[in-house]
Design a protein around this ligand. Structure first.
Ligand code: ZN
Length: 142
């Protein structure tokens, strides 16, 4: 994997994350504003039925059902304690190149883990369907 891919590192930057929060349902007078969400590493990944899904760009943890008084940083830490981004003591721009690459490596582990899990789920679903077909055939049904 190319660790220097521009698209790939884009979301390390607060401004780019903030831009994704267009149409975010919580704005002023609450804790989970777009600014606080972006600061805590989240990007807005809404779906048709859930306008308030946010995902950490780093550990890919998705959280929805936000309440105005939710603190994005606290929520992130409690739901994804293994995330290296939320526990980072420096800002991304303060990191050395070596530190940054280490971090990137950790992030790719999260990405690989997630895509493996998704592939496994698909496989299991396909296997379940197939098993159902075999049983139906064995029982002489369509
Ligand atoms: Zn995270």
């Amino acid at each position: 994997m190319d660790a220097c891919n521009e698209e790939d590192i884009k979301m390390y930057f607060y401004e780019n994350r903030l831009k994704t929060f267009e149409g975010w349902p919580f704005d002023e007078g609450c804790s989970c504003t777009p600014e606080n969400m972006a600061k805590a590493g989240f990007i807005h990944t809404p779906s048709e039925n859930s306008p308030d899904i946010a995902m950490c760009f780093f550990c890919l943890k998705e959280l929805e059902g936000w309440e105005p008084e939710d603190d994005p940083e606290k929520e992130h830490k409690s739901h994804a304690p293994a995330c290296n981004f939320i526990t980072l003591k420096k800002t991304v721009t303060e990191l050395t190149v070596e530190e940054f690459f280490k971090l990137q490596k950790e992030r790719h582990k999260f990405i690989i883990k997630k895509s493996c899990n998704e592939a496994l789920t698909k496989l299991e679903e396909a296997a379940k369907l197939r098993r159902g077909d075999i049983i139906k055939t064995a029982m002489g049904e369509e």
